[in-house]
Design a protein around this ligand. Sequence first.
Ligand SMILES: Cc1cc2nc3c(=O)[nH]c(=O)nc-3n(C[C@H](O)[C@H](O)[C@H](O)COP(=O)(O)OP(=O)(O)OC[C@H]3O[C@@H](n4cnc5c(N)ncnc54)[C@H](O)[C@@H]3O)c2cc1C
Length: 356
Amino acid sequence: MTSETVDNLIIGGGLSGIYAAYLLARRGKSFILLEARERLGGRILSPEAQGFFTDMGPSWYWPAIHPQMAQLISDLELKGYRQFEEGLGRFQSVSGATQTVSGYANEPHSWRPEGGMFAIIEKLCADLPEKSIRLNHQVCNIAKEGDGALVNVGKLEQEPQAQFKAKKVILALPPRLIASTILFNPDLPPDLTQAMLKIGTWMAGQAKFYALYEEPFWRRDGLSGQAFSQRGPLGEIHDGSNNAKAPYGLTGFVGIPAVQRHNQEILTEAIFAQLALIFGKPAGRPATFFYKDWAREQFTATKLDQPPMYTHPLYTPPAGQTSFWNNIIHFAGTETAPQHGGYLEGALTAAERAVE
Ligand SMILES: Cc1cc2nc3c(=O)[nH]c(=O)nc-3n(C[C@H](O)[C@H](O)[C@H](O)COP(=O)(O)OP(=O)(O)OC[C@H]3O[C@@H](n4cnc5c(N)ncnc54)[C@H](O)[C@@H]3O)c2cc1C
């Protein structure tokens, strides 16, 4: 087992943790970031096909209401493009019947970053000190020790693979995941643990698809690519293309709950059939198809996140606390942001608060 001492330890390498690292680095503060997965980004995931980066997690930001995201994208010298929404929409009823309906442009307008959301993570990491980011480092246990914390990495039932002693710790992961998967010593007060468990992780129960084509054939038919279905398996579909060039995409969310999404092969066939029904035969034969079920991701979702969330919760720091153990441990992560919680914007503001 290795053992290291550091001033600041960040747990979680999603947008919130990476932004906290970026802010600490800009202030000349030393830190180490521990990420459980073999990759950074957390709910941000942008697989590439033919030079186009799809977004299997978040794809939109809204400059009119999320100023920090818009500013960050500009500061990082990234470009955004507006969601394509021109043309008519499609609607599928419970019976499966489809009809063409008037389309509508979201207000405020949704934007996508060129290069996918992961471009933001890459840019934020570009100048971080060497060896400050540790992948495959799952934190299993945090103990209070003197005026700092002792953080163990590994599996709970096994000997730790690494240990970190830190003066300050930033927890940049969903509170429900913290309460369900990390042991604290001494125990956290029951009301804090309960409050953490009650905070639903935004979109953790969702599954998303991306279908890529050589041509945006739906646009030629006067369709925007937007569709809503009461029947499923897809509930919501949008044009997922960067307007300028191929490949062109349709993307959106699976509408059926996580417990019914057990057989991906059957589900994919049903998705292709539904796309063909709604947008015509070519839609059922994408050149590339991506599917991501976030409810099955152990570093995003817990059992409590499997039922669908129908409304956007009003997020607040758990039990109103932004820190505990005399300010040794600080919450970041979008679900602890009182404004824009759940969104990328909330991930930024929560990180900023923790760093302050
Ligand atoms: C399908 C989908 C669509 C979405 N669409 C949008 C959108 O269009 N616009 C928008 O603003 N938001 C959207 N969101 C929400 C957005 O993704 C989140 O707000 C944001 O990514 C949260 O960032 P975070 O850093 O707070 O959390 P996360 O991204 O969840 O990061 C937490 C990190 O902690 C790591 N971790 C977990 N456990 C441990 C452990 N024990 N030890 C070490 N590391 C650990 C995880 O691997 C992860 O990297 C969407 C989310 C999903 C899933």
